[in-house]
Design a protein around this ligand. Structure first.
Ligand code: SF4
Ligand code: SF4
Length: 116
């Protein structure tokens, strides 16, 4: 998770209305928090910046948390792979294309060796 809600939050609920994934929750005591399972850091949505932080009326009610590089890398990787695996024929087309290109390169290389 790259964003968290701090004790500076004034519970205006603005972030809840703009979060594209419904990741911002309210505890029984009224404390706002971000569900890391739902938060996508706004990546892949129509937004280019994190809506919770950019719309927050306080200075630091919602802040970016420094995250581990590889954690972010794998999060993006998994998100992209999840999109690809939803397309049933993706890997089949990828394999066909790869095989065709490989075959072309092989024939070209063999032709160069044989002087054809
Ligand atoms: S970064 Fe985006 S997805 Fe995550 S909690 Fe904030 S508004 Fe929601
Ligand atoms: S927008 Fe900021 S102040 Fe308002 S509820 Fe969200 S974190 Fe709290």
């Amino acid at each position: 998770m790259a964003y968290k809600i701090t004790s500076q939050c004034i519970a205006c609920n603005l972030c809840r209305s703009v979060c594209p994934t419904g990741a911002i929750k309210v505890a029984e005591d009224g404390q706002h928090w971000i569900d890391s399972e739902l938060c996508t850091n706004c990546v892949g949505s129509v937004y280019t910046v994190a809506q919770c932080k950019s719309g927050c009326p306080t200075c630091d009610g919602c802040v970016k948390v420094p995250s581990d590089y590889w954690e972010g890398w794998f999060a993006n990787y998994n998100r992209v792979i999840a999109k690809l695996t939803k397309k049933q024929d993706y890997w089949e087309r990828w394999f066909n294309c790869y095989s065709q290109k490989f075959s072309e390169q092989l024939q070209k290389h063999q032709g160069e060796i044989l002087g054809v």
